[in-house]
Design a protein around this ligand. Structure first.
Ligand code: 6R9
Length: 635
């Protein structure tokens, strides 16, 4: 009867058919049987594509932390919920049981309340991958505050713009963070960000690196003494299923990042259900997702999905190359990891080191391998399959997005036959469509088009914080009655999907989405720059690297180009963060433009990728002669 755990390919098809034939009934059954609700819904789903309004489990009352924590106390209080592996391999790993996690979340939640945080307030979290990060998310959720995690590699400008966009009242940060052999001054970055954030009333600071930092009287508070005085019990706030759970920013093709809003009920059901099936999670498994909780992958598959299922979820503070390139495999062996979920960029970086490191460790505990964040190329797929999975562990190439909340296209391990570079088949309840140039749906197999989803699913983002109009325009206006993903995809002869990459101005570098517009805005701030265009080009480790074409005022007469390059990358680091730095910068006197004045990025992309034989007709450009000059001076 229960469709909660799918174990066979046949079963996948059966359940899939059922889920699309009657989605409401399907999701109602899943929701009813496997979650703790304070009150049942009055309506499973209502939606309107025109206004872009979607509601799941309307009328239901729930608190996600009761599903993540309280519910497991009777059956598995002593089971490890979070297994924390510190940056330094000589520092002991920390096993936090469900009971302890429950207490620590409650204490933290009481501290938040004590500092005036109430249901509906937004709390910005800027923390490294330490247990307090997961705990702070749950503490917010406990009292109905909305968390907005900002990846702790973002710059102070990126932090302040996100804080102001969602009007956060509090920041949770740490004195510093460890990343490999480096110590990063997180609190300094926050201090700088807060020069410009009128809404922030208080800052909670976790002690991690014992760095010497400034604490602003009245605003900044060390967390630990507050926790010490807080009760380990905190009644969970009863939330509506459609109340916001969190905001998470993602890059868009235009300037400002989009604060995607996820709500409690649907997100809970979908992340839990995908976690269980996509990773074939069983009770004694030790699940490790290497993402940072600053990204959606960490939200859904380090924190919520695993904890709702009562799983043991590993959190790793460090980097794959420290103290050496064997660190991931050392952790797999040490903690007997059963599911390992990482990004192609990490696989490529490790594969570059040969097999010396990976061969040293016993990886026999592994059962399922996962990949996420960008297309996985054939070579990386085989390296992963042979050297990590020893050709025994299926690779789940999972396609999804911040906006989708959970995994959307993926094999089910031990069921779906995998195929390198293919995300294979839609997950239960997911109805993909490929759209052609003229807005028509491409039916049948062996077609390639723009990937859309033509029926709502429980974990879809409900809006962009403070800008529903932008949500509607970005995702629901390209095609009628469907969600447009921004990705291109093809469907092969058996119906398997392969994601071919972004079709908009978002470039995925090392698995991080970067919008070209904000990078160009940062560059254009430089007083010597007249305009700029950023494109991606293939890179063997990062997937894509960034190539900047920059035209200078006065044609850059008498300028020191090396120095300019440094200044421009520094500006990008300051405005966005080091992940957005350009790999190559070419100065030019002009950029190729259409007659309507649009920069022809398509041509610039071809030049950056050394495909100058495929430029097509450039004669219709406003300034075709510029193209040859750019080719002649290519970096
Ligand atoms: C979960 C996550 C979303 C974009 C998405 C697509 C790319 C993610 C992929 C993949 C090919 C996969 N992407 N998974 N491309 N194969 N398995 O990464 O969310 O950071 O919002 O990025 O990442 O282009 O549109 P997010």
């Amino acid at each position: 009867m229960s469709n909660y755990h799918i174990k066979q390919f046949e079963e996948y098809f059966q359940v899939y058919r059922k889920s699309v034939r009657n989605p409401e009934q399907f999701w109602e059954e899943i929701a009813e049987e496997h979650f703790l609700w304070r009150k049942k819904w009055s309506n499973v789903l209502s939606f309107d594509w025109e206004t872009a309004d979607f509601k799941w489990f309307e009328g239901a009352k729930v608190n996600i932390t009761e599903n993540c924590l309280d519910r497991h106390l009777q059956t598995s209080a002593d089971k490890t919920a979070i297994l924390f592996e510190p940056n330094n391999p000589n520092e002991e790993a920390e096993h936090i049981s469900y009971k302890e996690l429950h207490e620590r979340v409650c204490q933290f939640a009481n501290v938040l309340k004590d500092k005036g945080i109430k249901k509906g307030d937004v709390v910005c979290i800027y923390l490294p991958m330490i247990p307090e990060l997961a705990i702070s998310l749950l503490a917010c959720a406990r009292i109905g505050a909305i968390h907005s995690v900002v990846f702790a590699g973002f710059s102070s400008t990126a932090v302040s713009s996100r804080i102001n966009d969602c009007n956060a009242k509090m920041v949770i940060t740490s004195d510093g963070s460890y990343r490999g052999s480096k110590t990063i001054d997180l609190k300094g970055i926050v201090d700088e960000a807060l020069n410009d954030t009128p809404g922030i009333e208080s800052v909670l600071v976790v002690k991690r690196t014992n760095s010497d930092i400034d604490m602003k009287e009245g605003r900044d508070h060390w967390l630990q003494p507050l926790l010490d005085n807080a009760s380990t019990e905190c009644v969970a706030e009863v939330m509506d299923a459609e109340d916001p759970l969190f905001i998470l920013y993602t890059s868009g093709s235009t300037g400002k990042p989009k604060g995607m809003v996820h709500t409690v009920g649907g997100y809970m059901v979908y992340t839990a259900y995908t976690f269980k099936n996509v990773f074939q999670y069983r009770d004694d498994d030790i699940f490790w997702c290497t993402a940072d909780i600053g990204w959606i992958t960490g939200h859904s598959y380090i924190v919520y999905g695993p904890l709702v299922n009562g799983a043991t979820s590993v959190m790793f503070e460090g980097v794959p190359s420290y103290p050496d390139y064997g660190r991931f495999w050392d952790i797999v062996e040490k903690h007997k990891i059963t599911q390992f979920y990482t990004a192609p960029t990490a696989i490529r970086a490790l594969a570059k080191q040969g097999t010396e490191f990976v061969d040293k460790y016993d990886l026999s505990s592994l059962k399922v391998l996962g990949s996420v964040g960008e297309p996985i190329n054939e070579e990386a797929w085989h390296w992963y399959n042979e050297n990590v999975g020893k050709k025994k562990s299926p690779i789940v190439d999972t396609w999804w997005q911040t906006e989708t909340g959970g995994i959307m296209i993926t094999p089910i391990p031990f069921s779906t036959p995998t195929k390198p570079t293919y995300a294979t088949l839609p997950f239960i309840g997911v109805q993909p469509a490929l759209m052609g140039e003229n807005g028509e749906e491409l039916k049948g197999n062996q077609v390639e088009g723009r990937l859309c989803i033509k029926f709502p699913w429980p974990a879809m983002a409900r809006t962009i914080w403070g800008n529903h109009q932008r949500y509607k325009e970005t995702y629901f206006s390209a095609y009628k009655n469907m969600y447009f993903t921004g990705d291109g995809a093809l469907r092969d002869e058996v119906g398997y999907y392969r994601i071919t990459g972004r079709v908009d101005d978002v470039i995925i570098v090392s698995g991080h989405n970067l919008g070209t517009a904000p990078i160009e805005d940062a560059i254009n701030e430089h007083q010597a720059v007249s305009e700029s265009a950023i494109v991606g080009y293939p890179h063997d480790v990062k997937g894509n690297a960034l190539y900047g074409y920059i035209s200078l005022k006065d044609s850059g007469e008498g300028r020191d180009h090396d120095n300019l390059r440094k200044e421009i990358n520094q500006l990008i680091t300051d405005r966005i963060g080091p992940i957005a730095k350009l790999d190559k910068i070419q100065f030019t006197d002009a950029l190729p433009k259409t007659r309507s004045g649009k920069i022809m990025r398509r041509i610039l992309r071809k030049i950056a990728s050394n495909e100058t034989d495929q430029l097509g007709d450039t004669s219709t450009l406003l300034n075709p002669e510029v193209v040859q000059r750019i080719i002649d001076h290519k970096k």
